[in-house]
Design a protein around this ligand. Structure first.
Ligand SMILES: [Zn+2]
Length: 219
């Protein structure tokens, strides 16, 4: 089960302290989605992955951590608009604000936009989730891929899912074919092949890794 606890944290930007909910422990039963989103119960802890200071609006996983330029970005017009953008669920705005801070500081930030897409999925906010995925694609491309995905083909498999779920079916095929040429391990080959099949069917839905090969989800 998931255990949560309250934790006080002092905001780096405004210096004010507030109580936030932190994850003590959680678990995962079943298969992750094709874009690595974990199954329950970890899936539902997403609300705790990002914090938003109620005093100044600074959004980050750790508000007390020194973040270069955060103080000026939080005050910017663009940031204030994103923080209160009614086209997105509140949680998605918090992730997108964090993505903005990361992007401005030259840090890699594609995952924050992926997490924003998941928050939109949970609210069935389809257009908002599409826009979050487009943002994630752009950020990953700028960063030359996700730094935490070193497995051959894993980044392309994620990119294929972002493209497919944002309706860019034509591009899925070329990304997957290019990646298959690098001879990734079997599960990745199967995922890439599955993505191409789904794209040809113009399937934008969420699918899980165990649909590819039941019972063999990679770590
Ligand atoms: Zn603050």
């Amino acid at each position: 089960m998931t255990t949560l606890f309250e934790e006080k944290e002092t905001c780096f930007v405004c210096g004010k302290t507030h109580k936030y909910t932190e994850i003590g422990s959680t678990n995962q039963f079943g298969s992750p989605d094709l874009d690595t989103r974990p199954p329950e119960m970890a899936r539902s802890t997403i609300d705790c992955w990002i914090r938003c200071c109620p005093y100044c609006g600074y959004c980050a996983p750790a508000l007390s951590k020194d973040s270069p330029q955060a103080k000026s970005i939080v005050k910017s017009e663009e940031y204030r608009q994103q923080l209160d953008n009614k086209a997105y669920p509140k949680l998605a705005n918090h992730f997108l604000c964090w993505a903005m801070i990361q992007e401005a500081t030259g840090d890699y930030s594609g995952w924050a936009a992926v997490h924003a897409a998941w928050a939109c999925d949970d609210h069935n906010a389809q257009e908002a989730s599409r826009l979050c995925r487009l943002k994630a694609i752009q950020l990953f491309q700028e960063a030359n891929g996700a730094s935490n995905m070193s497995q051959t083909g894993a980044q392309e498999a994620l990119m294929a899912d972002l493209l497919r779920r944002s309706g860019q079916f034509d591009q899925v095929e070329s990304v997957c074919q290019e990646s298959l040429k690098q001879n990734p391990e079997k599960i990745i080959q199967q995922i890439l092949t599955f993505q191409m099949t789904l794209a040809r069917q113009q399937d934008k839905e969420c699918h899980r890794i165990d649909e590819v090969e039941p019972g063999s989800a990679p770590d």
